[in-house]
Design a protein around this ligand. Structure first.
Ligand SMILES: C[S@@+](CC[C@H](N)C(=O)[O-])C[C@H]1O[C@@H](n2cnc3c(N)ncnc32)[C@H](O)[C@@H]1O
Length: 228
């Protein structure tokens, strides 16, 4: 008998920000919204071929974690997010789906999980996802003020987390003028707007990953980053 999904968790998964990550669970099956279904089809096909482990660095309500286990058969899946309510609701979904032996979800920052790998506590992952979150890492957000000092610092952590020969699936606006308005305002207040553009982001990526642009996810660039 599966652990019941508490109604507040079910409501959070089905209808909360961001709306393109809303889904329901019916009889142990994931029922994504149309937007999430479309996005997940595009993202999933770029996972490292034959890979058995996945790390989602902004796992939000957890859909990509559970999809990796239930649809693809991955064996080791990890999610981190800075937002407590998302972590709580996705953990409730994990218990309900009966996948707690393969999934771990924590309220952590990127550098904290990278430190686990550098200390040998956690193995790197075949596929890592960083979807619609990069500008928050660089500028912080309303949810979480914490931010990184440089693009290089972020990609050094991302490289530590991705196995050699593995992939980081990256989708984000790479020009500050195209980021959400509140991010543009933060960028100006912080005096960092001129430090966020495609050339600077690519040059921080280059020592660690080979970039393969794959068009757009909706209106947002999608790059497959192959770990060198
Ligand atoms: C637009 S959502 C994307 C969620 C998910 N990756 C997806 O594509 O559906 C942005 C995510 O970034 C997280 N986030 C917000 N501020 C952050 C920060 N300063 N540092 C790290 N993550 C942050 C949020 O909690 C949220 O899960």
């Amino acid at each position: 008998m599966s652990t019941p999904l508490p109604p507040d968790a079910a409501a959070h998964l089905a209808d909360s920000y961001p709306h393109n990550h809303n889904y329901r669970i019916r009889s142990g099956k994931l029922k994504p919204s149309w937007q999430l279904w479309t996005r997940s089809r595009r993202i999933r096909k770029h996972y490292t071929p034959g890979g058995t482990s996945l790390l989602d660095l902004s796992s939000c309500k957890g859909f990509f974690l559970f999809d990796a286990i239930l649809r693809i058969g991955m064996q080791r899946v990890r999610g981190i997010d800075v937002h407590g309510p998302d972590v709580d609701a996705s953990r409730a979904a994990m218990e309900h789906l009966g996948v707690a032996d393969k999934v771990r979800i924590d309220q952590l920052h990127l550098h904290q999980v990278a430190a686990e790998v550098q200390a040998g506590i956690t193995a790197p992952f075949d596929t890592a996802l960083l979807i619609n979150t990069y500008h928050y890492l660089f500028f912080g957000s309303r949810r979480e003020e914490h931010h990184y000092e440089s693009h290089a610092e972020i990609f050094e952590c991302l490289a530590a987390l991705t196995s050699k020969g593995g992939r980081l699936i990256f989708s984000n606006r790479v020009e500050v003028a195209l980021c959400p308005k509140h991010i543009q305002e933060r960028a100006k207040e912080m005096g960092r707007a001129s430090r966020y553009d495609e050339v600077q982001i690519r040059s921080a990526i280059d020592p660690f990953f080979q970039i393969e642009p794959r068009g757009k996810l909706g209106k947002i660039p999608l790059w497959i980053l192959h770990r060198r």
